[in-house]
Design a binder for this molecule. Structure first.
Ligand code: AMP
Length: 497
């Protein structure tokens, strides 16, 4: 029985002890070494008196030390929150106020002396001794409903929300990923997602479960598509799970032409709407690969819906998010919480989700939790929570789900309900357009776009969109600013509109 994500590591460390688990720049670590180092850290955490389910704040850059911290904390029966070492002081303090961590794990390179906490430095991990007895006691009493991590999302009020995720959610998700995408020990993955962003859960735990190898790519490499592609080739990367913004950028810069990435067999993406125009560039250049659109909010442990591309799409079509992952249920409700069924093709509603992957709520915030996590409106017989994603979706005639973006991207203009995502999909299909984002301010739609040159949209959109959906203003930008997670920073655009 698997009750702790560390059970994956325990098995793999026996089976593939000398195999390289993680690679970061020139550094690498084998499963055996990784297992030992996490035992050392876990023993030290327990010696410091964090005996069960205490919050540990990790302030480290993406890398092997971060992973040792995660698994070390998990082995000690506590849970982690990661913040990037570049996180502004104000945000760190806000998070610390909610989380009330009992321990800080960081590096001697940084000065976080303003956080008054006992501290472990990653430079000391090697020096800690392993206490097998204390680790065994801890292992025996662990249950899978214990928290593994709390990830903080930005929160519309400016107060971060701590999405609390249990071991069982990550275990369930990892099984699903490995089965669905046939991940094996021969898989070589290249990670793009920051480790405080839940897309990284797929990379980290599928790797550990199967005894695969994960390359931790530096964020800077994604600004240079040719360099990144050269890396993928040189290291025979077989699987990636990246955000659409990165895939779009690579397609727009023609980096894939003649790239001949024959080792890359699985291209998965999640986080934003993936436009077919750029996806088609990828599919044309990698006809041997499978492409999968994964969908999900942090509150459902990364992913709750998926669509493996099984047919051609025109540039201006919406790529489905498909269907529910195994052991997950997707429910679409109208404003009055009436269920929208597959027969109601095209009827839009809000996507809600239930399943083992569901977060147990926002850390220390019952109010916010009760607004987002509701009793299943279909019955009131026992506690059965659903999460309201805030995304507008509908079924197509094949019973697949289409996602039009967030409800807050849904606007009312001249009495019509409009999904800004729908306008963007049409605009993105223009030959010259590389990417676009629309915002609604002062009763006007403004479209920001990246393109090779200025575009005359009015003529292009005339036959494609009703007049009320055509943006009033079009602003060409050099390159979209991305938020922390690598998605288009829409808050910034709102300020510019
Ligand atoms: P986060 O919690 O930061 O992962 O953001 C989750 C939100 O990203 C979802 O509620 C969607 O609005 C959006 N999202 C994630 N994956 C997709 C996808 N494949 N297609 C469209 N939107 C997506």
């Amino acid at each position: 029985m698997i009750t702790n994500v560390c059970d994956f590591l325990e098995k793999t460390a026996i089976k593939f002890s000398k195999k390289v688990a993680f690679i970061e720049n020139e550094k690498s670590i084998t499963y055996d070494e990784f297992d030992t180092l996490t035992d050392k850290l876990a023993s030290e955490i327990l010696r410091l008196g964090l005996l069960r389910q205490e919050p540990v704040l990790v302030l480290l850059p993406k890398g092997i030390h971060c992973l040792v911290s995660f698994l070390g904390v998990a082995k000690s029966g506590n849970f982690y929150t990661l913040l990037d070492e570049k996180t502004p002081k104000e945000r760190i303090l806000k998070v610390a106020k909610i989380l009330k961590p009992k321990l800080l794990i960081t590096s001697k390179k940084f000065d976080f002396s303003y956080i008054d906490l006992p501290c472990i430095f990653c430079e000391d991990f090697e020096n800690f001794s392993i206490d097998k007895d204390i680790l065994n006691v801890c292992k025996e009493r662990h249950i899978d409903t214990n928290l593994l991590y709390v990830f903080f999302t930005s929160g519309s009020t400016g107060i971060p929300k701590g999405v609390s995720i249990t071991h069982k959610s990550v275990i369930d998700y990892t099984f699903w990923v490995c089965e669905t995408f046939d991940v094996s020990e021969s898989e070589i993955l290249a990670n793009q997602a920051p480790f405080y962003f839940d897309n990284s859960i797929l990379d980290i735990f599928s790797t550990i479960k199967m005894g695969a190898t994960l390359h931790i790519l530096p964020t800077s490499i994604f600004a240079f598509p040719l360099k990144a592609i050269e890396y993928l080739k040189r290291h025979e990367i077989s699987m990636v799970f990246w955000v659409p913004s990165v895939l779009i950028y690579f397609a727009n810069t023609n980096a894939l032409n003649d790239a001949n990435l024959t080792s890359l067999k699985k291209v998965l993406f999640c986080g934003e709407i993936m436009p077919n125009k750029q996806l088609n560039v990828w599919r044309k250049n990698l006809p041997w690969a499978i492409f999968a659109n994964l969908y999900g909010p942090t509150e459902i442990t990364d992913v709750c819906a998926y669509y493996i591309c099984d047919r051609e799409f025109k540039d201006d079509e919406i790529l489905p998010i498909g269907k529910a992952c195994k052991n997950t249920e997707l429910l679409i409700f109208d404003k009055n919480f009436n269920l929208i069924t597959k027969e109601q093709v095209g009827t839009k509603g809000e996507l809600c989700v239930r399943g083992t992957g569901l977060s147990v709520g926002y850390y220390a915030d019952k109010d916010k939790s009760s607004k987002a996590f509701l009793q299943n409106p279909l019955h009131d017989n026992y506690e059965d929570k659903i999460y309201r994603t805030g995304d507008i979706v509908c079924y197509n005639e094949r019973g697949e789900i289409l996602c039009f973006g967030r409800a807050d991207n849904q606007i009312k203009i001249m009495g019509h309900r409009v999904e800004l995502g729908e306008i963007e999909t049409t605009i993105n299909s223009h030959d010259k357009v590389q990417n676009s984002a629309c915002v609604f301010k002062d009763d006007m739609i403004t479209c920001f776009y990246e393109a090779i040159s200025e575009v005359d949209f009015k003529a292009f959109l005339k036959d494609k969109l009703p007049l009320y959906m055509i943006p009033r203003n079009f602003i060409k930008v050099g390159k979209f600013e991305l938020n922390q997670n690598g998605k288009i920073d829409r808050k910034k655009l709102m300020e510019l509109a």
